[in-house]
Every structure is written in C-alpha cells, then in structure tokens.
Design a binder for this molecule. Structure first.
Ligand code: G3P
Ligand code: MG
Length: 292
C-alpha cells in the first residue's frame, strides 16, 4: 500500500515538473508564431522609460513581461554587431559620426544614457548616465534562451556580412536550430534582400517584412502573396492600417505587427481590427490593454 502511494507521489511530481518546465511556446496555442497570439514587442526595449537599446531597457522590458525584446543592429569598423537604431552615433550617445567608422573599443567608451536625461527631464534618472552600447552577443549572453528576440538588420546594404554574423551569433547561443523554441527569434528588415539572405543561411528562421506607410498603402494581393513566400508576417507603420487592410493581410495568412504603437487608444483600435502584436515603447501599457 505504502509502495503504491510512493509510486503515485513520484508520478505526480513528474507530471507537475514536466508542466513547469515545458515552455509555454511549445504548447500549440502558446506558440509565439500562432495567429491566435497577440505579441508585445518591446521596441528598442522599454524605451519609453529607459534609454533605448541599453541593457537596462531590455531588462525593464523583461520585467514588464514583454514577449519580445526588439533590437536594431549596426556594425562597427572592426566588424562587431552592436545594438543601435541610428547609423550615426550622434543622437543616442555623446559620440559623433558613423558607427561604421568607429571600432567597438571606441564605441564602448561612449555614454549612451545622458542624452535621454536631457531629452526627457521628467523621466531622467541618475543611473541612466553613462549606460553603455551593448553588442548583440552581450545581449544574447545576458538573457540566453530565457528571452525572445525580434532582431532588425538595419542598413544591411552598408554592412556586408551582417546576416552571416547575426546567424553565427544565434548559433553560438543556441537560439536557432533544434535547441530554440519556434519563434524564439524573428528577424525583421525593410530590406527584402536581407531577409532572403537570412533564409538562405537559415531556411527555418521566421522573418518579417517591414514596410513604410506608403509601401503598405500601395500593396496588392500579388505583393502580399510574394511576401508570404519568404516571411511569416509584415511589420508596417501603424498609421497606414485600417480595418479593411488588416483583414486583407490576415486573410493572406500573414502575421501583422505594426510599429510603433504608444497610445492606449491606438492599441485598442488595432487590437479590435485584428493585429497579432505591436511594437511599443510602453510594453507594460500594451500588456494591460491586452488583458482588456
Ligand atoms: O522594428 C520595427 C520598427 O522598429 C521599425 O522601425 O525605425 O524603429 O526600427 P524602427
Ligand atoms: Mg527596429
């Protein structure tokens, strides 16, 4: 009798354990790429609160339970991938000039936080001063397979080899291939060529085609079908969306992640139309709006 009870206890523990360790995304409905999911994509981290593309902005996004950390890639003079939106250092650091003309060591000396304190005095915090520009590898190492990454190849035409380096880093941290969960990394770009290159390097990598407002407005069914051949979805400027084109895009079986949606009113409207996620600087706000 005692033996049976012990066996039951062991089986129950195993059951509970497997429930706890099975990633949510591995279960059908929880798959990050499921059209039933509505994703919170922390645009440049929680960049409405913390200087964009700093480790602290990503950590804050994680605390706010964002589904993805969004990162923009640039490449240094010595060929290292760093996370920064602009091709120039001027706006978000105390440096000047093109990223491609500076080594990583030079960029690491820069202050990537004080600009935020000056630009947004109401949000300023002393700890933001002298935050550093992270490399892609530093971010992947910091969060490993506990986070999901929505990575943009920025200006790939001026950075030959950017896609190869990106895929190599993802492999190094086991974020692609059989170790990664479906959708753990999504690669986005305004450049179709860059996305096609990603697909030749890593055919199973999900990609998303970014679109400017004017591009979306002139999209035909044939264009959407063409995008469907290499991408799981599109990421358009939210200002070009309306109830009708959201329906059309979704009917093509494409995920739809508009950027950059920062007000509650816009979030509610887009959710009602049927988007499958948004890029936002305020991931906590969208988390609240999603709950209804
Ligand atoms: O990544 C989606 C969206 O971020 C594209 O705009 O300029 O903020 O990278 P941008
Ligand atoms: Mg981006």
């Amino acid at each position: 009798m005692r033996k049976n009870r012990l066996l039951a206890l062991v089986l129950l523990s195993f059951g509970l354990l497997s429930f706890i360790v099975t990633p949510v995304s591995a279960k059908g409905k929880g798959n990050l790429l499921s059209p039933d999911r509505v994703l919170t994509i922390a645009h440049r981290g929680a960049s409405g609160y913390v200087p964009e593309h700093t480790m602290l902005s990503y950590e804050t996004a994680r605390k706010m339970k964002a589904d993805y950390i969004e990162m923009d890639l640039q490449m240094t003079k010595d060929g290292k991938l760093i996370v920064m939106h602009d091709e120039k250092l001027d706006r978000t650091t105390n440096g000047k000039g093109w990223v491609k003309d500076h080594t990583l060591a030079e960029i690491k000396k820069l202050d990537a936080g004080s600009w935020f304190n000056k630009a947004y005095p109401e949000k300023a915090k002393p700890q933001y001063a002298d935050l550093k520009v992270p490399t892609l590898d530093e971010v992947l190492k910091r969060f490993g397979r506990h986070a999901n990454y929505y990575i943009e190849t920025k200006a790939p035409e001026i950075y030959p080899g950017m896609e190869e380096k990106l895929i190599a880093s993802l492999k190094k941290y086991k974020l692609t291939g059989k170790h990664a969960k479906p959708g753990q990394v999504i690669i986005q770009s305004f450049s179709k060529d860059s996305l096609l290159k990603i697909k030749t390097l890593d055919p199973k990598m999900p990609t998303v085609q970014l679109l400017e407002a004017e591009q979306l407005s002139s999209m035909t069914d044939a264009d959407l079908n063409e995008i469907k051949t290499y991408a799981v979805g599109i990421g358009p400027d939210y200002k070009a969306l309306n109830a009708e084109n959201v329906r059309t895009i979704r009917n093509h079986g494409l995920l739809l992640h508009p950027y950059t949606v920062n007000t509650e009113a816009d979030m509610h409207r887009l959710l009602n139309w049927g988007v499958t996620g948004v890029f936002t600087n305020y991931p906590d706000v969208f988390q609240r709006v999603k709950k209804g």
